[in-house]
Design a protein around this ligand. Structure first.
Ligand code: HMG
Ligand code: MG
Length: 306
């Protein structure tokens, strides 16, 4: 088997579903995770353990994590498989650990407005909280990934200074995150912004191999942003099957870059992702039908009618 040259972090079961208004049955979430795994995705963010008032859609996180099929995945000791769970605080970490989760993702915003709306605290407090969670997680042998939101703009505060992103990235790396995912939460950035930010961060000492890209697709720039980041040396990208995704605290933002579109783009460039595109396309079609939504993946749609 060829070693994938880019790593895809599938965030469909978490980011993809967190903002769906209608209740999605737990069984659908479990089937989605299984189908993604069957399509060859090696990193799948399973759910989040957050306040059910903040994100009612994922209030069944314990049922997801406690299900025997997920339990089997969590116990899988095959190298290279990762099943992170998003946690905002120590409470979330403790619950995740109870279910055998071996990797958590902590999240902060580079900007005050979104930080307050999303996690009800300032940027500084968010960093302190993430540090506490990361420290405890690492003591418990749990790997920690970090997210920085609003890398280009904040829904309430406007454009984000690059220095604010740098501060958050270095704080998360210092806290022990093995990688930090740069979140264009609003999906407003374009390749020139991506280029500029990556240059800025790496010229200030952030190692390229510690960075991942998380691009929402509001302005249709997400695939181009991934390609630009790849050209700058980035090798880890978050995406969501069917282009699902969004955050209730980032009004108007669209879903993540579609996993199908990413895989199609990399495959055509001879860059292996380790993902079976045909199975992924079927999964995108299936979940779109389950959610009564049209499939937001352009490649997924095109390939499914072929
Ligand atoms: P708060 O109200 O300040 O905190 O919320 P609190 O400690 O007072 O707790 C409020 C209630 O939540 C209490 O319940 C707690 O027990 C409960 P009550 O006593 O009122 O019944 N609670 C929890 N329940 C389950 N799991 C927990 C937990 N913590 C507290 N871990 C808090 C602060 C951070 C908890 C809240 O604001 C929250 O949960 N926010 C999460 C919001 C969220 O999940 N947003 C979406 C994910 S981030 C994202 O999408 C961006 C990303 O994709 C990257 C990008 O695109 O940029 C990652
Ligand atoms: Mg997101």
């Amino acid at each position: 088997i060829q070693t994938p040259r880019v790593r895809i972090v599938e965030v469909g079961p978490r980011d993809g579903l967190q903002n769906i208004r209608e209740k999605v049955p737990t069984s659908t979430k479990l089937e989605l995770i299984q189908r993604l795994r069957d399509a060859g995705l090696r990193t799948i963010e399973l759910t989040s353990v957050v306040s059910p008032r903040a994100i009612p859609q994922l209030a069944d996180c314990r049922d997801v994590l406690g299900n025997s099929s997920v339990n089997t995945l969590l116990q899988h000791d095959q190298a290279g498989l990762r099943f992170p769970v998003l946690v905002p605080n120590v409470k979330g970490l403790e619950i995740a650990v109870q279910y055998g989760v071996k990797e958590v993702a902590v999240f902060i915003s580079a900007t005050e407005g979104f930080s307050k709306a999303n996690i009800n605290c300032s940027v500084e407090q968010g960093i302190a909280r993430a540090k506490e969670v990361a420290g405890l997680a690492r003591k418990a042998g749990v790997a920690v990934r970090g997210y920085v939101s609003c890398i280009f703009a904040d829904p309430y505060d406007g454009p984000t200074p690059e220095a604010a992103v740098l501060r958050c990235v270095t704080s998360l790396l210092d806290a022990g995150c093995y990688e930090v995912s740069l979140g264009d939460t609003l999906g407003v950035g374009s390749p020139a912004n991506v280029h500029s930010l990556i240059q800025y961060l790496t010229s200030h000492g952030v190692p390229m191999e510690k960075l991942a890209g998380h691009f929402h697709d509001t302005y249709g720039q997400a695939v181009a942003n991934v390609w630009e980041a790849y050209s700058c040396g980035m090798r880890v990208f978050d995406s969501s099957v069917g282009g699902l995704g969004g955050c209730p605290f980032a009004p108007g933002a669209k879903g993540n870059v579609a996993s199908e579109d990413l895989v199609y783009m990399f495959q055509n460039a001879g860059i292996s992702t380790g993902v079976d595109l045909a199975k992924l396309v079927q999964t995108g079609e299936w979940i779109s039908r389950q959610l009564s939504q049209s499939n937001s993946s352009r490649a997924g749609k095109a390939l499914s009618i072929k």
